[in-house]
Design a protein around this ligand. Structure first.
Ligand SMILES: C[S@@+](CC[C@H](N)C(=O)[O-])C[C@H]1O[C@@H](n2cnc3c(N)ncnc32)[C@H](O)[C@@H]1O
Length: 355
């Protein structure tokens, strides 16, 4: 018998709202805020007053595992949380349709203290249809998720809890997941180990659906004198992507199943990425930036400035764009501080020089 029937019912109602609400951003924010409030209240997880947000973070071989407190804060990023929940929900529906065994397994790597992208869905899908494995590097986070699941009476939806580095995890062959769910990333896939985790887990479950389905990074020249205008979320105003102050330089890197399959299966310290060539620019205030788009699954997409993860990042290695014609080759550096880096490759501009 669930300990907290009222909260479980309310969480189910709020989850249905978060999955379907299509009105103003303010109301969606309030829905997600209430939903996260329930997880928080039943978790028993509290950040101590003396702690800073970064206390308890761990540098791993494939990137930074942010602290449980900081991971808890991600939950309140309402657009991110709603779109990932919708993507995970769609992916599960798709897997249920395709799966003749009648049971769908979700491996949630990097759950944080609230398992925000899984617990709400446990109220929607019955445990005999969908089972979750909850994994995080930090034992406090897993302890917190255990409390939430038990308080809400959702134990039958959880197949196992795992405290480990997802990049070293061996998936038990008898419970291969149908869905790999992971949000352990930062803007432009820097710092956190999303790439390392997705690559490692997909190699063991190659048929699984990945959520997010794709993370796409594209370079633009942006007129920095116009910068204040750029913080409008693109999903709110689609004309933002057409802004005349942005000049596309083309795609730079993608994390998706197809991309992972195309990468060399070596122990190399970097992954291949695309190159860009700078055009002649209209004004000296133009600077190159990386833009991130996240396809959670299907139509559920986070566009530029929809949330922190899709903010924009200046490409610091490119110190001057004045000449035009210069080419830069990107690569994705693996290791404790993963990130995209650009290196000058060749110059096509008449009279352009390289020091
Ligand atoms: C950005 S937080 C997101 C939390 C949660 N997924 C959400 O969407 O609200 C990333 C989480 O991944 C976990 N994490 C990061 N690297 C990890 C790794 N190598 N193995 C297991 N967990 C990891 C962190 O501890 C943190 O809880």
């Amino acid at each position: 018998m669930p300990t907290d029937v009222a909260n479980t019912k309310e969480l189910k109602r709020l989850t249905n709202e978060a999955l379907t609400y299509s009105g103003s951003r303010g109301i969606l924010a309030a829905i997600v805020d209430e939903l996260v409030g329930i997880l928080e209240s039943v978790s028993g997880f509290r950040m101590s007053q003396e702690e800073s947000l970064t206390d308890g973070e761990t540098v791993c071989d494939h990137g930074l595992a942010i602290s449980p407190a900081q991971a808890g804060c991600c939950a309140g990023e309402y657009q991110r949380t709603a779109i990932f929940l919708r993507g995970a929900h769609s992916a599960i529906m798709q897997a249920l349709e395709a799966n003749s065994r009648g049971i769908v397994r979700v491996l949630y790597a990097g759950s944080g203290p609230y398992a925000t992208l899984a617990v709400p869905l446990m109220t929607i899908f019955p445990p005999e249809k969908v089972k979750f494995t909850i994994l995080d590097l930090h034992p406090e986070s897993i302890q917190s998720v255990r409390s939430i699941v038990s308080e809400l009476g959702l134990q039958c939806s959880v197949e196992s809890y795992v405290v480990t580095d997802a990049c070293n995890y061996t998936i038990p062959p008898r419970s291969l997941p149908d869905i790999l769910l992971c949000e352990a990333m930062s803007t432009a896939l820097e710092k956190e180990p999303q790439v390392g985790i997705a690559r490692h887990l997909l190699s063991q479950a190659p048929d699984a659906i990945m959520v997010p389905e794709s993370v796409q990074i594209e370079a633009f020249l942006v007129d920095t004198s116009d910068e204040p205008d750029m913080i409008i979320p693109e999903s709110e105003d689609p004309s933002e992507s057409q802004k005349p102050n942005r000049i596309s330089l083309g795609p730079v890197f993608e994390l998706s199943k197809a991309a992972i399959r195309s990468w060399p299966p070596t122990e190399a310290d970097s992954l291949p990425a695309q190159s860009i060539q700078l055009p002649l620019i209209p004004k000296p205030s133009y600077r190159p930036f990386l833009f991130t788009t996240i396809i959670a699954y299907g139509e559920h997409v986070l566009l530029t400035h929809d949330c922190n993860l899709t903010g924009i990042r200046e490409i610091m290695e490119i110190d001057s764009v004045a000449a035009g014609g210069d080419s830069y080759q990107f690569s994705y550096l693996l290791g404790q501080n993963p990130r995209l880096v650009a290196e000058a490759s060749e110059s096509h501009a008449p009279g352009s020089r390289r020091d």
